[in-house]
Design a protein around this ligand. Structure first.
Ligand SMILES: [Zn+2]
Length: 370
């Protein structure tokens, strides 16, 4: 190793490859007659698996989730599809927030029900589906619907019944057992409806659960990440004036125009639908415990190094992410300098390092995406 008198700076940009962790969904079609149809089954299975794979890729967790598939062919029924998680056995003396089998397996690596399926998916093929990516205006977007439904199984779901009871019939005011999502269920001003003793505020629930449109009324979600993604405000949840079993409380608020077009609204219409989670929906998943894969693309970030008098300016430009900056004199031993964050794709961030004009030695710098 040598340094010449002229400034010698080697810019190294080493970025970790994108995280390979993902949640993998496997499907048991043995009870899904319409998925096994000799003519149409392959396209249906392929569309479900493709949708599930795209959802699984957003998680920075390694898990394989088995979902038992059922199906029907009921043109008169208003059900499109549904998905759910199995629930673990709850000790008699447990009160608090209990993840479903799917969420517990992803977050803790525990398969509480062993070989049994972790959750279920049900599809009504009597509805007009479009299984492709160019969705006809008259057909339902199958892939978007599957992503929406599997998100419910993953934990985007309230467990509070219309009367404020939990799944064991515990009435408001007494300690109950709730889904992790329910920790953040709040009234219109963002005040939590379940207290530190896991008891639901009965009058607050009665008023907010059928309170109508947010942000003035109805239920909200007050998780810290979700609020940060929503301009500091709690996120409106679907709270129609007539309780809608299975929809109320477990969706974003269809009656709030600010949330229009998002994936986790309660109602869906024919035609193409978004298949991406909004920043708010991702933040809600983070609030219920998930770590999401970074969306930054390392190849799209660069480190530039510029000497300006007695200062070396390090600049990282590119995709959103957190970067650890280190310095070395020999390319073997690296000393951490700082951590820099780019808050949005296409942004940049800089850091100044003193330059020793006596030795003219700068050394080497690296930035590694975390
Ligand atoms: Zn839904």
């Amino acid at each position: 190793m040598f340094y010449c008198r002229a400034l010698l700076i080697l810019a190294l940009f080493s970025a970790l490859p994108p995280g390979r962790a993902a949640v993998v969904f496997e499907f048991d079609y043995s009870a899904g007659h319409e998925f096994l149809d000799p003519a149409a089954g392959a396209v249906r299975r392929s569309a479900l698996e493709s949708a599930a794979a795209s959802l699984g890729a957003i998680f920075a967790h390694d898990a394989t989730i088995q979902l038992a598939v059922t199906s029907s062919n009921d043109p008169q029924g208003d059900l499109l599809a549904s998905a759910s998680s199995e629930q673990p056995e709850i000790p008699f003396d447990f009160f608090g927030y209990s993840p479903g089998i799917v969420q517990q397996k992803i977050l803790q690596g525990i398969d509480a029900n062993g070989a049994a399926a972790d959750g279920a998916v049900d599809v009504n093929f009597g509805q007009p589906w479009d299984f492709g990516d160019q969705v006809s205006p008259n057909l339902f977007d199958f892939k978007a619907t599957m992503i929406h439904e599997i998100l419910h199984a993953v934990g985007f779901s309230s467990s509070i019944f219309e009367d404020g009871a939990d799944g064991f019939g515990t009435p408001p005011g007494e300690p109950g057992v709730w889904s992790p999502f329910d920790e953040f269920i709040a009234g219109p001003t963002g005040v939590s409806l379940i207290d530190d003793n896991y008891a639901l505020n009965g009058p607050g629930w009665a008023s907010a659960s059928t309170g109508g449109a947010s942000p003035r009324a109805g239920l909200t979600f007050n998780g810290p990440n979700a609020m940060a993604a929503n301009g500091g405000q709690p996120v409106g949840l679907y709270s129609p004036r007539q309780w809608d079993e299975g929809s109320s409380g477990s969706h974003l608020d269809d009656d709030n125009p600010a949330l229009a077009g998002m994936l986790m609204l309660a109602a869906t219409d024919t035609g193409p639908n978004t298949r991406e989670l909004s920043a708010i929906e991702k933040a809600m998943l983070e609030d219920v415990g998930y770590t999401l894969a970074s969306t930054a693309t390392p190849a799209n970030a660069t480190l530039t190094i510029r000497q300006m008098g007695s200062t070396i300016k390090l600049t990282i430009e590119g995709n959103r992410g957190t970067y650890a900056v280190a310095r070395s004199t020999d390319l073997n031993n690296w000393v951490p300098l700082t951590t820099l964050t780019i808050s949005q794709n296409g942004g940049s961030t800089s850091y100044d390092v003193p330059f020793n004009t006596t030795t003219n030695r700068a050394g080497y710098f690296s930035a590694t995406q975390q």
